[in-house]
Write a protein that binds this ligand. Structure first.
Ligand SMILES: *Cc1c(COP(=O)(O)O)cnc(C)c1O
Length: 404
């Protein structure tokens, strides 16, 4: 490295300390393998936090990006463009949706979903129909509205005064919802699997019950599929596993395969609430983002691709269960597709971060979901070799961890 090469200490010098990144700097990735400045390799079971659905430097995504980069980067929303139209058409064809709104992140997608719900309710029913029901431990993003809808006070309490009218109740508890829902409720926002909150799947009865309650009280059912969407659970969207259709769905993360993009999907009758001038964002539907996302989505939506996610799930879960029979570290291994959470048992409670750090030493990148859950969200197309190799490295890390 020459003296101009950035080093990890530069982070502490120049960046606001919102993150505490790893001690190494990744410089290159190929498939599900990442290399740092010293050339050390890591098997990537984190997938850029459930974003890199097709791995690193995917040749087809590179091709889509380069093609578009030579044509048109940005025009703003005074003009439409070919990639955004093609992607919207794909999303409508493949889902319950009739209309799509594009933005740049998951938080922005949820922000748009919640604003849509408030405005739709205002126009249909009046100003008093403005309450939102959300869930404990939920995560919906970091804007003030979405952090307020989220169910983790540590992310919102320091930014008061917060937007009002949001009730939080226990996840997977329909009675708790019945106790607060009313004609004043304009929306219920829920993750089909709570991702950041610990990889906690909703029960089918819960989501079906929410659908029925939303119908009864004329409230919009919003599914936050920012983490679960675009093949992550083995279905194109997790709602398809449950047979419950939302009125609005937010999607981001894997949608761009690593290029920032977010969107909400909805029905015509709700879409009209976001009339001309009522909402927007400069980069929403940007040609570069939508060209890459269009390619990613066209690959992931194929049934053969999605069944590959299911078989990878089986391998990963079988391997983790075997490991757990030997080392007795987890009390539960759960999730769907390639979103898997391993909850630590009493002996190791609170030590997910330490385990994840030991995994880095052994050359495998994992995530955590709270202090008690080690989370895996690898690329949906991770190769058999990389999957096996990563599991071996994780085995080495966990073995070393329990021995220390
Ligand atoms: C990551 C995430 C978000 C926020 O997405 P950003 O792109 O970070 O704004 C919202 N909801 C869920 C369920 C997420 O996992």
């Amino acid at each position: 490295m020459n003296s101009d090469t950035p080093v990890r200490e530069d982070f502490d010098h120049y960046l606001v300390p919102t993150y505490a990144p790893a001690a190494f700097i990744p410089v290159r990735g190929e498939g599900s393998t990442v290399f740092d400045q010293s050339g050390k390799s890591y098997i990537d079971f984190a997938g850029g936090i459930a974003v890199n659905a097709l791995g690193h430097a995917n040749p087809e995504l590179q091709e889509a990006l380069m093609q578009q980069a030579g044509k048109l980067w940005h025009m703003g929303n005074g003009y439409t463009n070919e990639p955004v139209l093609a992607l919207a058409k794909q999303l409508v064809e493949a889902t319950f949706a009739e209309k799509v709104f594009f933005c740049n992140s998951g938080a922005e997608a949820n922000e748009a979903a919640l604003k849509l719900a408030r405005k739709y309710a205002l126009e249909q029913s009046g100003a008093e129909k403005n309450e939102i029901i959300a869930f404990t431990s939920a995560f919906h993003g970091r804007t003030l509205f979405t952090v307020s809808a989220g169910g983790q006070p540590k992310y919102s309490q320091d930014f008061a005064p917060l937007p009002g009218g949001i009730h939080h109740v226990a996840y997977n508890d329909l009675d708790a919802v019945r106790a607060v829902i009313s004609e004043r409720t304009c929306a219920v926002i829920v993750e089909p699997i709570q991702g950041e909150g610990g990889v906690i799947p909703a029960t089918t009865e819960f989501l079906q019950g929410l659908r029925a309650l939303c119908d009864e009280y004329n409230a919009l059912l919003i599914f936050d599929e920012v983490q679960t969407g675009v093949g992550r659970t083995g279905s194109l969207y997790a709602y398809m596993n449950y047979g419950v259709e939302p009125d609005v769905l937010s999607t981001a993360k894997a949608l761009g395969g690593g290029f920032p993009i977010g969107a909400i999907l909805t029905k015509d009758r709700y879409a009209t609430a976001l009339s001309v001038g009522s909402h927007g964002t400069t980069y929403g539907g940007n040609p570069l983002a939508t060209a890459v996302a269009g390619k990613a989505f066209s690959i992931i939506r194929q049934p053969a691709f999605l069944s590959g996610v299911v078989s990878r799930h089986q391998f990963l879960v079988d391997t983790l269960q075997q490991l757990n029979r030997e080392l007795a570290v987890f009390r539960d291994i759960r999730g769907a597709g390639l979103l898997i959470g391993c909850e630590l048992n009493e002996t190791y409670a609170g030590q997910a971060k330490q385990i994840s750090q030991m995994a880095v030493e052994e050359g495998v990148l994992t995530l955590i979901a709270g202090p008690d859950v080690v989370r895996f969200a690898p690329a949906l197309n991770i190769s058999a070799d990389e999957l096996e190799n990563g599991c071996q490295r994780f085995r080495a890390a966990l073995t070393r961890y329990v021995q220390k």
